[in-house]
Ligand binder design. Structure first.
Ligand SMILES: Nc1nc2[nH]cnc2c(=O)[nH]1
Length: 160
């Protein structure tokens, strides 16, 4: 499913945009997303941050969670993500972990910034230009790598 036609692309992007518009009148954030899995199944997501009291409930993450749960897979190889807005670093990370193969988005991070969202600012953090936003410190302890030792020694581990 990684090579969608331009017509399919625009249809799914318009669906994501309509989900975003309707989510605003439903009291949520202005973001919608669609994951199309390799078998062509469509999984929709809308931003649920404020309604679910969940800062990670971005539209893309919600769509990925729904796609994974419905297909009973944590690896969504062959899927495509369509987002009404450029995925933020959180959503991109979730997309990478889901092994989704391609992303299309409509509005960009600068449009989100004009609506008051911090997507563009957080991109700057990951670009290394705003380190003051979040100090992250490495504290190496004697036991730091014990979890990985336990994992490597666990014969029946499920790798991901
Ligand atoms: N792409 C995207 N950016 C956001 N910024 C705040 N919420 C969201 C969301 O759900 N999706």
């Amino acid at each position: 499913m990684s090579a969608h036609s331009a017509q399919q692309r625009d249809e799914y992007l318009n669906l994501a945009i309509q989900l975003a518009v309707h989510n605003v009148s439903d009291g949520g954030g202005p973001f919608g997303a669609v994951v199309v899995t390799a078998d062509g199944t469509v999984h929709e997501g809308v931003n649920r941050v404020t309604r679910d009291h969940d800062p990670t409930a971005h539209a893309e993450v919600v769509a990925i969670r729904r796609a994974a749960a419905a297909s009973k897979r944590f690896d969504l190889t062959g899927s495509v993500l369509y987002a009404s807005c450029e995925p933020c670093p959180l959503c991109l990370s979730a997309t990478l972990w889901a092994r989704i193969g391609h992303v299309y988005f409509a509005a960009d991070r600068h449009g989100a910034a004009k609506a008051g969202f911090d997507d563009a600012v957080f991109y700057e953090y990951f670009a290394g230009t705003r380190p003051e936003l979040l100090p992250v410190e490495h504290a190496e302890l004697a036991a730091s790598n014990e979890p990985f030792d336990a994992w490597r020694n666990h014969a029946r581990r499920t790798a991901y």
